[in-house]
Design a protein around this ligand. Structure first.
Ligand SMILES: [Zn+2]
Length: 472
């Protein structure tokens, strides 16, 4: 079946064009001034509306076990929430549950394939290195996994030593794999957390006080240095601090292939939010920082030092003892209340996958600070390109997947938990007035969101076999 989107204004990372767009099956097959179709085609009139590529969120955690509970969005609910917010592609992370990387991948992939409502890819976490793992890393590529994530924090849990990170980077480099880095100082955090607990500090603000910003700054330098020595590309996830942007800029000025991502929570919230009575809602790692950090992150986005905006979506209930109604059924999942008497037991993570596109559009484009094309670059095209999915995803071209959003840039939405589709009991943007919101969302040609109505279903999302990393 053919679908025609008429009279819309198409936005890509490079251009804004008034054109009709024709979808044949799962692909975009024609873009031109005026397209005529036979009477069997479905027609959407996008007069006065924009047509954007579906959003690409390359940093989400779905159905992730943590602190004796699990993040409250699974591969169905999280991808459904993504779709409502105009995101049609996500990348989740495979935990290294064993040294058999391919077995870990297979388990997560099968679960996600049964549940995902939009297309998804996978990154592989490398959190324990052995000769078996070193040999297995290259085999990820033929599974379509062309990025691995390493951590300089979470001692005795996820962290690798510098020498191990260096080894991973070299193996990755030789196989077209991009190394991603969670940049914080694990030793410092371990010490400060133990001291804080011993001194009886239990409130959420101690989460940020025990994760000092300089630990992140030095970890970005360290990661860049290792990437320079290994001659390997590097992608810094969830950058939250001014000093990190400075160091990323320095690395890039040296000609290093180091890239950076930030997330909406770091652009809009600060440590002051952690001091509120419900401060645990803002607990994520790394933590939200200060206003001067927000300012530098915005500058980094504007000047191109930072390449992508993702979410690190990993929601928990604020009060998981009280059920919410989701798809007509009550559900409660233990959440932030687990850490009521100990900040180290508050599950780390925030909702965001469905909020990202409309919140960022409001603050970037409706505010007049960024062009629509810059918005598309940071939320769609750059992430797709860096992670080997372009031009299948992240753009509007003939031959690209018909992942499209008909977007009303004048639609005003009083946003909050009642409006967002994330399966949790709160929303960080409660009471925000958003300007610009999806009207219709297509995933590979299927209309899955139509003016607030859900037409998608679990298992329709396909696994994306990503291409090897190429230098950006
Ligand atoms: Zn994450």
């Amino acid at each position: 079946m053919q679908t025609l989107i008429k009279n819309g204004t198409i936005i890509t990372e490079k251009a804004t064009i008034r054109a009709d767009l024709l979808i044949g099956g799962e692909k975009i097959i024609q873009i031109s001034d005026t397209i005529q179709t036979d009477s069997s085609a479905r027609i959407f009139d996008a007069t006065g509306l924009l047509v954007l590529p579906g959003g690409v969120d390359v940093h989400v955690h779905l159905d992730l076990p943590m602190f004796g509970t699990v993040s409250s969005d699974d591969h169905y609910t999280g991808t459904k929430a993504a779709a409502f917010g105009g995101t049609t592609t996500v990348i989740d992370f495979v935990s290294q549950n064993s040294d058999n990387l391919l077995k870990n991948v297979k388990q997560l992939r099968e679960k996600a394939e049964r549940n995902a409502a939009i297309d998804f890819g996978l990154h592989a976490n490398i959190t324990h290195l052995s000769t078996v793992v070193e040999k297995a890393i290259p085999s990820l590529v033929k599974e379509g996994i062309t990025s691995v994530k390493v951590f300089t924090a979470y001692n005795n849990r996820l962290r690798l030593l510098d020498g191990e990170i260096f080894k991973v980077m070299r193996i990755a480099r030789d196989n077209g794999i991009l190394t991603m880095l969670h940049a914080e100082n694990g030793d410092v955090i371990e010490l400060l957390v133990n001291e804080a607990i011993a001194e009886g500090h239990i409130t959420p603000e101690w989460h940020s006080r025990t994760r000092p910003v300089w630990g992140s700054v030095e970890a970005v330098v360290r990661g860049s240095a290792l990437s320079a020595i290994a001659n390997a590309p590097l992608y810094i996830v969830h950058m939250n601090a001014a000093g990190e942007v400075d160091q990323l800029e320095y690395a890039r000025k040296q000609g290093l292939n180091v890239m950076g991502e930030t997330c909406p929570q770091y652009l809009f919230f600060t440590e002051e939010d952690l001091k509120k009575p419900d401060g645990s809602k803002w607990i994520c790692s790394p933590p939200v920082r200060k206003e001067e950090d927000q300012k530098r992150l915005w500058e980094g986005l504007l000047t191109g030092v930072i390449q992508t905006i993702a979410t690190d979506h990993c929601p928990f209930f604020y009060d998981g003892t009280k059920p919410i109604v989701y798809e007509d059924k009550p559900i409660a999942i233990p959440g932030k209340e687990l850490g009521r008497n100990d900040f180290t037991k508050i599950p780390n993570g925030l909702p965001g996958v469905g909020d990202r596109m409309p919140v960022m559009w409001t603050e970037m484009v409706s505010s007049g600070r960024f062009s629509a094309s810059q918005f598309v670059s940071l939320t769609c095209a750059n992430p797709a390109r860096i992670f080997g999915m372009y031009p299948q995803k992240g753009t509007i071209q003939i031959g690209s997947d018909a992942d499209l959003v008909i977007w009303d840039s004048n639609l005003i939405v009083n946003y909050g938990v009642a409006h967002s589709q994330q399966r949790t009991d709160y929303n960080l943007y409660e009471g925000w007035k958003l300007r610009g919101f999806p009207v219709q969302v297509f995933s590979r040609g299927d209309l899955i969101v139509d003016r607030g109505n859900w037409l998608g279903k679990p298992g329709r999302g396909k696994y994306i076999h990503r291409e090897p990393f190429v230098n950006q």
